[in-house]
Design a binder for this molecule. Structure first.
Ligand code: AMP
Ligand code: GLY
Length: 426
């Protein structure tokens, strides 16, 4: 098969790396990709939100299947665009159509879906611009901390959690004034969930599903979960506090009702469902859905999947996922993210990266890098994901961290406590 993978981050490098291992793969193209994906396939320099350009590339390269990495093309309807075009309508697109993508594209849609299908989640109310007074009145009925969410996509910045009601009131005004444009003209206010977070990933063809490895992500910039939120500073899979009993509850209370709910609502969904969960005393509550893999979770989830990923995606596209049995390695994967100094605030780019050929037993998935005059240089906030998979978390972390110390560039920064909090559960 010839496959086109859309995206350009560490997630896409990890997916491309896995696809490239399949004997079923003929040619792999990644658009736009990065220097990491270029080592396992052919990068195509195109704008993935320009659906016409994507379709031209599909036709020109005789692509048999398209896998969409990030959410934005899905929320903007790339799958629907393929289906309505005679030239490419028969090419499977892995990733939901616009309606299913609303699970990530609209918090209000996602919450209503969960309530409708009795999926455990925080109680909530939704307000639209102009209802400032009503929204603030609702806050007075809640206990702090207050959780405010812009309805639409806001580049991971649309959630504000505040202990102080005055601060929360200001956030309501800012959101309704268009802090995130149309995305924050509607807001969801919800109950604060206690517990410990993890991410669970499901691949579905709309009827059957396979559960991929779960992972824990480290979102804050500083050790001990301090400082600003980032795209993710590291990840670990498996998650020791997600034992068999807990994961069974996730399947029974969340995954099955989600798949059945999609069917019942007439939403044909082929792709990934990423379930952000809170484990509250052994009980799962859904924080959010995403319609794609997580980043950096993918960099630890993918290495633990023993199946042929091309086959999994092919069966998903054909609606035959029930023919497949998922096989997951019991080894532990860890990833440590190297970021640019200053991230997630302002940071410089273009710093030459050294040591990439000196690391051992670790895969450096490229997140924000670029090839300039024969050198790999930094080109984003998150630069590299250093993944190791081995028999224990300690061993994997040791090797990921050894690689983190070997790789060099001006301003290099990383958290030093990835996975430390999980030791108490082992
Ligand atoms: P989201 O963009 O929905 O993932 O929210 C970002 C982060 O905010 C989540 O990863 C959680 O850490 C936190 N969060 C969101 N909703 C809640 C909630 N209802 N209770 C507690 N924490 C939350
Ligand atoms: N790591 C969280 C996300 O991909 O949304």
């Amino acid at each position: 098969m010839n496959i086109l993978l859309l995206g350009s981050g560490g997630r896409e490098h990890a997916i491309a790396w896995k696809l490239a291992q399949s004997p079923k793969l003929k040619k792999l193209f990644i658009a736009p990709g990065n220097p990491g994906t270029a080592s396992v396939g052919t990068n195509l320099n195109l704008n993935i939100l320009d659906f016409e350009a994507v379709k031209r590339a599909v036709i020109a390269n005789a692509i048999d299947l398209v896998f969409v990495g990030p959410e934005e093309p899905l929320v903007k309807g790339i799958h629907d665009s393929f289906l309505s075009d005679q030239r490419v309508k028969q090419i499977p697109v892995i990733g939901p159509k616009k309606e299913g993508a609303q699970l990530e594209g609209s918090k209000d849609f996602a919450k209503a879906f969960m309530i409708r299908h009795s999926i455990p989640t925080a109680a909530y109310k939704c307000f639209v611009s102009g209802q400032n007074r009503e929204a603030k009145q609702f806050l007075t009925q809640l206990k702090p901390p207050y959780v405010l969410k812009a309805d639409g996509l806001a580049a991971g910045k649309g959630v504000v959690i505040s202990e102080d009601i005055n601060e929360a009131n200001i956030t309501i005004d800012e959101f309704f004034d268009g802090k995130f444009g149309e995305a924050s003209k509607k807001i969801v206010i919800e109950e604060f969930l206690k517990g410990i977070e993890l991410s669970v990933f499901v691949l579905t063809d709309g009827k059957s599903y396979v559960i991929l490895p779960e992972a824990k992500d480290y979102k804050r910039i500083g050790d001990g979960d301090t400082g600003l939120n980032t795209g993710g500073m590291g990840a670990v899979s498996p998650v020791p506090f997600a034992d068999k009993d807990f994961l069974q509850k996730v399947e029974d209370r969340v995954i099955i009702p989600t798949i059945k709910g999609l069917l019942k609502d007439g939403i044909d969904y082929k792709g990934i469902i990423f379930i952000g969960l809170m484990n509250d005393n052994g009980n799962p509550f859904v924080i959010e859905y995403n319609v794609r893999m997580g980043d950096p979770e993918t960099e630890v989830v993918i290495p633990r999947i023993e199946n042929d990923l091309v086959e999994l995606l092919d069966l998903t596209g054909k609606g035959k996922l029930s023919e497949c049995k998922i096989s997951i390695s019991d080894q532990v994967a860890t990833t440590v993210i190297l970021v640019s100094g200053g991230y997630p605030d302002v940071y410089e780019k273009g710093k030459v990266i050294t040591g990439l050929n000196e690391i051992e037993e670790v895969i450096a998935f490229h997140a924000g890098t670029k090839l300039v005059d024969g050198s790999i240089v930094t080109a984003g906030g998150r630069v590299l994901a250093l993944t190791c998979i081995s028999h224990s978390a300690d061993e994997s972390l040791l090797k990921s961290y050894k690689a983190a110390s070997i790789i060099g560039y001006e301003g290099k920064y990383y958290r030093t406590d990835i996975g430390k909090d999980l030791k108490q559960y082992i």
